[in-house]
Design a protein around this ligand. Structure first.
Ligand code: NAD
Length: 251
């Protein structure tokens, strides 16, 4: 349990990849702060299971991010994972969706980072792990806001990796390919519409077409990599963008 005594905040951890990362960090002894939306009873159960606390902050609202960070106390491991998707042609892309996606998938990571870094610098140790995406490296049509935000998150991560390297702090991206979570399931109807395809065609000819394994990545695999990046042996891994995409971006 090499993370005993460390405090980890995982944004967007009431579901999917964030929950898997929270579980993996807690299994190594980290004290976890969960964040995200969902059914209050389910979240209470998760808190019991993981010995965690929970913040329901909406990360698209700066004031709520600031309150969450003040309540969370000093954070040793910051995982910026909360994200959302919208699929539409650029000329029809709803302006409010664009603004929300940039706010959640990119700007929220800036706010949590700027607020977490002072305590990490004081301790001389920190880990910042940003859930980016294969879409931080390559694009797909109809996902303009998401691709822009994730490419931006990669640039942000490289920048802070350079700034913080001398302080015992690392910052890296994990970039999954398609992982079967509500975020992926919910984009199927709009993708069917944007591309004129059936559900089956979307799964096989869009989602899995570039994943060389032809299988979805499992959330626990992302959790395992997040834990690995927290090891002291990883202290020189900084500003990197780790693909977990079944080979997609190797092509
Ligand atoms: P998910 O929909 O299962 O989980 C999203 C989480 O974010 C939930 O806990 C939700 O409550 C929370 N959330 C949503 N809006 C929020 C807000 N305004 N404030 C705070 N929390 C909010 O999605 P997921 O697939 O687990 O995605 C997690 C991350 O992984 C995202 O950044 C996503 O872009 C990235 N990602 C996912 C995939 C995939 O295939 N699922 C692939 C690459 C990258």
């Amino acid at each position: 349990m090499f993370l005993e005594g460390k405090r980890a905040l995982v944004t967007g951890s009431t579901s999917g990849i964030g929950l898997a990362i929270a579980r993996a960090l807690a299994a190594e002894g980290a004290q976890v702060v969960l964040n995200g939306f969902g059914d209050a009873d389910e979240i209470a159960k998760l808190c019991d299971e993981l010995g965690a606390t929970h913040s329901g902050a909406d990360l698209t609202d700066v004031a709520q991010v600031e309150q969450m960070m003040a309540d969370a106390g000093d954070i040793d491991i910051l995982v910026n994972n909360a994200g959302m998707q919208h699929v539409a042609p650029v000329e029809d892309f709803p302006v409010d969706r664009w603004n929300l996606i940039i706010a959640l998938n990119l700007t929220a990571a800036f706010h949590t980072t700027r607020l977490a870094v002072p305590a990490m610098k004081t301790k001389g140790w920190g880990r910042i792990i940003n859930t980016a995406s294969a879409h931080s490296k390559v694009a797909s049509p109809f996902k303009s806001a998401y691709n822009a935000a994730k490419h931006g998150l990669d640039g942000f991560t490289k920048t802070i990796g350079l700034e913080l390297a001398e302080f015992g702090i690392t910052a890296n991206c994990i970039s999954p390919g398609y992982v079967w979570t509500p975020l992926v399931e919910n984009q199927i109807p709009d993708t069917m519409k944007a591309r004129g395809m059936t559900r089956e065609q979307v799964i096989n000819d869009v989602l899995l077409v570039k994943q060389a394994t032809k299988k979805f990545v499992q959330p626990a695999e992302i959790g395992a990599l997040a834990v690995f990046l927290c090891r002291d042996e990883m202290q020189n891994v900084n500003g990197a963008n780790w693909s977990v995409d079944g080979g997609w971006t190797a092509e």
